[in-house]
Design a binder for this molecule. Sequence first.
Ligand SMILES: [Zn+2]
Length: 406
Amino acid sequence: MYCTKGHLSTIDYIYATLLEFEDYYEISNQTFPAVVGSVFEQKLLIADKQPKSARAMSLTPPTKNGKQAVFGPLILVANEGCDTSDYPSNTKGAIAFIKRGVCTFGDKSSAAGKAGAVAAVIYNNAQGDFGGTLGAPSKDHIATFGISNEDAQSYLKDLESGKTVDASAYIDSNVRETGTTNIIAQTKGGDQENCVMLGGHSDSVDAGPGINDDGTGSLALLEIATHLVNYDVNNCVRFAWWAGEEEGLLGSDYYVSQLTESENLKIRLFMDYDMLASPNYAYQVYDATNKANPTGSEELRDLYTDYYASKGQNFTYIPFDGRSDYQAFIVNGIPGGGIATGAEGVKTKEEVEKFGGVEGEWYDHCYHQLCDNLSNLNYEAWELNAKVIGFFALLYSIRTDKQLSW
Ligand SMILES: [Zn+2]
């Protein structure tokens, strides 16, 4: 979450630390427009009971008329509720019950709003609690909650057997325009026309402090930046600390959108470092192929896997599917990749054999929750991954221009 005291302090800390190396780095910050939301009060009742997992989505509007509770039958929406045709005609004045998946939470909220629902409840399609954001505000958004799949089961059973399930929803919230800030530091040395770039995000979700997600990436990058000053580089190295990642990759998206064509071409590679010390970790490498991504992505992927192998470590590939800040780079022609240690996915038996840890549990059981604090980290994984960041920053900084062109 940006604009909180914690996030502002994080940005200040990163900036102040970099300022000590002003001779080595050109440091800049980039403030961009963003929306910020606060949820002051919330209550969801379904069949007179409060689902334990109910949580208002970030950037949700309040319930109507400035914050009065709304009442209506819970209506089961067809498919994933991405299309207005998924909403039965009796959705008007009702509370829409929508399955997670296929489209964004914001799209679902809009579709429900257009169909005349007075509130929406999105239920998880996998195990565990979840929260999310509606993203960029829309006039069609309605007050929206998320609940767990477990909590949804009994309502689904009742609705599918044709029973009426009454519900009421109340959210007191606001959503407002503000600004937040990316921090960029680029070596003054090295070929300024050929840069290797690496980044993590300085913000967290508003549910928790985000120490693993992504304090681990942010802080490891900062530490590497303070050590790189002992080296001469052939290519410039550019570090980024993105803001607004959790609200929809806002900072990295804005940054790339502001690059002129010639500035875009100077960035030869982007490496993403998000969640490096999950307590039930796996060494995950984004499966970034040249077939699906800009050329150079696959070479980076293979170098990461070589690195883990050289340290006697196993690794797994994970989908390179746009869940972090690399996305804006690869869709704008810049090769990219990165590593992670796992979020809400469940660790398999094979992965326990490779990495140890607990089978059947999330890689990070505190993912996007209040407990993502200092006791949520696996320091062994963090240390090795910090070394990965350092090694790759240095590797690409000393490769010649010719080698950088793959
Ligand atoms: Zn993250």
